[in-house]
Write a protein that binds this ligand. Structure first.
Ligand SMILES: Cc1cc2nc3c(=O)[nH]c(=O)nc-3n(C[C@H](O)[C@H](O)[C@H](O)COP(=O)(O)OP(=O)(O)OC[C@H]3O[C@@H](n4cnc5c(N)ncnc54)[C@H](O)[C@@H]3O)c2cc1C
Ligand SMILES: NC(=O)c1ccc[n+]([C@@H]2O[C@H](COP(=O)([O-])OP(=O)(O)OC[C@H]3O[C@@H](n4cnc5c(N)ncnc54)[C@H](O)[C@@H]3O)[C@@H](O)[C@H]2O)c1
Length: 477
């Protein structure tokens, strides 16, 4: 550890995206410090992606075995809940960050523990837990990657009811008897699936009519069927109006806008995120505290003279996903390094210094049963963007590889073809292990591979990927 207070690059926030900017700038030979207030690794490692997938995977594995005649007979018992929770704990290293700290050291990045705040152009103050303050200066750039936190609606009784957020839902040490989940987005769907599999009686309350409203409609429908088959009660078109947990302990009463009430042992609010920018010193550089930080495709924060401030990850609001934020970090790191060394910056779409995939090819996998995997635009988004498209659907269960993979395989695939440009704008799969089908679609969308050329990408028989051939045959007629 260096005791200098001047670095080429200072990164605030050591979540997956901050770590990646620091990695890129350090690898480019720039001295780099990273400031972290809590655990190196961020939300994703300890309270989001990793623990949630660790909670979901055992049920999916068991479901996969149960879907194959000859294998299902060997499944003799239910999930071992204690073992699932212990495996989750191991995946989050029992909420210790030693492993990630060692990685920072190996990458030559200085870790400065404490709360970071901007303090005017290229300046950062770090307040340590003992109250001491260190002032840092960046020669080239500051990149902020503070992430996001769960957004709770200001309902009557919410403070006393102490609802779960995604943090409690991913870190809980036991399954609540009855769990009410509010919100039909990704966190709501995944956590309803996880805790239902681990033994909770789950009621999912959503104000819209379908789950996963940002994805193709069939995705939410198939996930809703899957949840219902696993015992989850889904109540669409339902808003929560108040919570009550007198004295802050015992069951929670959840009041609904139809006048009804339900009682639960815990209530999870999965109602979206807010950027963690309220205490980041934004006012010192003319930005609004608490706002999403709007960036250009080089990840430079708009409205900051000289372009020294970058923002990657959730806090810029472009795509609240670890892999997209890490992609932004690789781009930002390359831009910072090029500008620092006087190399040209190539900001053209799909060039090394533009995060083009953030608008054209965002990928996402929802790890429910069935899984949903998507890249690029949905049919509705393509229409809103004014593209002339053809939408092609195919039942995944009709592919030979799918019926071998699981008895009664159910699922669907959709590709959205841009008729003027002759390539795909988006692809969605919903079905068992659909996530593993996604990358071929990502290459087709990000590579703007002509549909005529995709015809020559021959899927191996008998894999589920043969759905590509069926989609193309359907398109060609
Ligand atoms: C339940 C759940 C499941 C998810 N599952 C997935 C998934 O499967 N796949 C996926 O791609 N995405 C998933 N996400 C989204 C993913 O977690 C986020 O997109 C990702 O964590 C964003 O990374 P980040 O680096 O921007 O922020 P974070 O991971 O939130 O890290 C930010 C870090 O900055 C630190 N920090 C903040 N402010 C300061 C400050 N002022 N000074 C010092 N340090 C500071 C924080 O302590 C934190 O360590 C999930 C989210 C949730 C809630
Ligand atoms: N597997 C994954 O990739 C994964 C998993 C979990 C989370 N994430 C990311 O984390 C982010 C946050 O997820 P999320 O599910 O919290 O947010 P979200 O925005 O996906 O869904 C929130 C849902 O809550 C609803 N809502 C908002 N306020 C409400 C209210 N007062 N009452 C009832 N419903 C309300 C919204 O209409 C929306 O459908 C997402 O952007 C997602 O990309 C990704």
């Amino acid at each position: 550890m260096n005791d200098t207070n001047e670095y080429d690059v200072i990164v605030i926030g050591a979540g997956p995206t901050g770590e990646n900017v620091a990695d890129r700038t350090s690898a480019a030979g720039l001295s780099t410090a990273i400031v972290e207030a809590h655990l190196v690794g961020g939300e994703c490692s300890y309270w989001a992606c990793i623990p949630s997938k660790a909670l979901l995977r055992p049920s999916a594995a068991l479901g996969a075995a149960r879907a194959v005649g000859g294998a299902k007979e060997a499944v003799r018992g239910p999930l071992d809940v204690a073992a699932v929770l212990a495996r989750r704990d191991a995946f989050v290293s029992d909420w210790h960050d030693d492993g990630q700290v060692s990685w920072l050291e190996s990458a030559g990045i200085d870790l400065i523990r404490g709360h970071g705040r901007l303090d005017g152009p290229r300046r950062v103050t770090v307040e340590a837990s003992d109250g001491s303050v260190r002032q840092l200066t960046a020669r080239h750039a500051v990149a902020v990657a503070p992430g996001s936190a769960a957004k709770l609606p200001g309902l009557p009784g919410v403070a006393e009811a102490r609802p779960w957020t995604s943090r409690e839902a991913t870190a809980a040490k036991a399954a609540p008897g009855r769990l009410a989940v509010v919100g039909g987005g990704v966190v709501g769907a995944e956590m309803a699936a996880a805790w239902a599999a681990l033994g909770s009686e789950v009621t999912l309350l959503m104000r819209g009519e379908r789950l996963l409203p940002r994805m193709e409609p069939f995705a939410g429908e198939l996930v809703a069927e899957g949840l219902a088959e696993r015992g989850v009660t889904i109540r669409p078109g339902t808003s929560v109006t108040a919570l009550a947990r007198p004295g802050g302990s015992g069951p929670v009463t959840v009041s609904l806008d139809d006048g009804g009430r339900i009682e639960a042992d815990e209530v999870l609010f999965a109602t979206g995120r807010r950027p963690l920018t309220d205490d980041l010193g934004l006012g010192s550089v003319g930005l609004e505290p608490g706002s999403w930080l709007e960036v250009d495709d080089a990840l430079r924060v708009r409205g900051v003279p000289d372009g020294w401030l970058y923002c990657v990850g959730d806090a810029n609001g472009r795509a609240l996903l670890t892999h997209q934020g890490k992609y932004q970090a690789r781009v930002a790191g390359a831009v910072i390094a090029a500008r620092a060394t006087g190399e040209p910056v190539d900001g053209t779409a799909w060039g090394p210094h533009a995060a083009t995939a953030d608008s054209a090819a965002v990928t996402q996998v929802v790890f429910t049963e069935p899984e949903v995997a998507s890249v690029g635009l949905t049919a509705a988004e393509a229409e809103r963007a004014g593209r002339r498209t053809r939408v092609v659907d195919y039942e995944l269960g009709n592919v030979a590889g799918a019926s071998l993979f699981a008895d009664g395989y159910r699922g669907r695939a959709r590709m959205v073809v841009d008729l003027d440009r002759g390539h795909l704008l988006g692809v969605t799969f919903a079905g068992p292990q659909a996530g593993e089908l996604l990358h071929a679609a990502t290459i087709a969308v990000a590579g703007e591979v002509p549909v005529d050329r995709l015809w020559h990408a021959v899927p191996a028989f008998p894999t589920v990927s043969e759905v590509w051939l069926r989609l193309l045959e359907t398109f060609r007629g």
